[in-house]
Design a protein around this ligand. Sequence first.
Ligand code: NAD
Length: 344
Amino acid sequence: MSKKLKVGVIGLGMMGQTHLDVYSQMPNVEVVAIADQDEARLLGLTQAQGNIQGQAQGQVDLSQVQRFTDGYQLIESADVDLIDVCVGTNLHLAMAKAVIVKGRHLMLEKPVARSHTQGLELLALAQASPSFVMLGMCLRYWPAWVYLKQAIDEQRFGALKSLFCERLSSFPDGDFYRSSQQCGGAILDLHIHDVDFISHCLGRPSEVVSRGHIGRSGGLDHVHTQYTFAGEFKDAVVTAQGGWSMAQGYPFNMSYTANFEQATLGYELGDGEHLILYHGGVAQAVDLAAGMGYEHEIKHLVRAILSSQSTDFDSLHSAVDALAVVEAEALSIATGQLQQPLYG
Ligand SMILES: NC(=O)c1ccc[n+]([C@@H]2O[C@H](COP(=O)([O-])OP(=O)(O)OC[C@H]3O[C@@H](n4cnc5c(N)ncnc54)[C@H](O)[C@@H]3O)[C@@H](O)[C@H]2O)c1
C-alpha cells in the first residue's frame, strides 16, 4: 500500500463534508475521489450544514480530485485504498457490499443499515473479507464519552447507579430525513447513538420498555426507553431519550448524567461542551482532549489500516446489536409492552 492512504468519499451531505474536513487535516491521507448524485454538491456549489458548531466546514481544496456522479462508478474505477460511504441509511447495505466485493477498505456511516437483518448480512460479508470495515459510531471516540466509559470500566467513582442519555433537536433539513423509509425516523437515525453507546459500556440490554411517537419523518421521531441488563449492571437505572420533534430553532444538543456510588458526571453539548464532575462536595470541570468524535474515529481508522490491523468484529457486532435494540424499542412502543431484543 502507498505511504499515503488514498481515500474516496461517497455522499457529500453533512456527514460526507464532516469526514472530508477531517481527512484534509491528516498528513497520511489523500482524498483522491468524491461522488455525489447532486451535481451542485459534487461541484461545491452548495454545501450541507452541520448541526454541531465546527462540523462540516467545507474548507477543503478539492480542485485535484476525481469526481463521480454515482458512487458505484467511484467504487468501480477510482484508484483508492479506502472508501468512505456517507449516503443515506437505506443505501448502506448495497453500497457497502460493492465496496467489500471490490476489495477496498470501508468506512460506513451509522447506522449500519436500515434493519437488523440487513446489519447481520453486512456483518457476515465483513467477516468473510480481508477488507477493514469500520462504522461511524462516533460517540465511542468522543472525548467526554470515552471518559464516561473509562469511569464505568474502572469503577473510578464506585459502581454505576444510574445513567441517562439525551439527544434532542428540531427536525433536520433534507429529503433523506423527510422519509422514514430512508432514515428510519429519529429512533434509528439519532437515538441509536445512545443505544450503541449504552451497549458499548454496559453490554447488551436484555429488556426494553419504550414510549414514543410518530413525527414528520413518518416514523418514530421521539422515543424514551428504560433498559434492563443481566449481570453486573442489573441494578443500574438506565434510560435514554431522543428525538427531533422539537420546535424549529431548538438547537441540537446531547447530554448524559451518570450517577456513581461516590460521584456524579454531568455532560452537555449544546451551546459549547461541558463535562462537570461532582465529587466530594466540589463541582469541577473535566479537561477533555480537543476534537469531536468524527476526528478521533477517522484517525483510529487510518492508523488501523496503515498498521494492517484487521476489523474489530466485536465492535461491528455490537453496532449491529444496536439495530436489534432499536427494533425492540419500536415494538415496545407499538405494543405498550416490555420487549426482549432479538439479537440473532
Ligand atoms: N455520525 C453522525 O453523527 C451522523 C450525523 C448525521 C448523519 N449521519 C448518517 O450519515 C448518512 C448521511 O447523512 P447526511 O445527513 O449526510 O445525508 P444527506 O442526504 O444530506 O447526504 C447524502 C448524500 O448522498 C448522495 N447520494 C445518494 N445516493 C448516491 C449515490 N448512489 N452516489 C453518490 N451519491 C449519492 C446524495 O445526493 C446526498 O448528497 C446517514 O446514514 C445518516 O444517518 C451520521
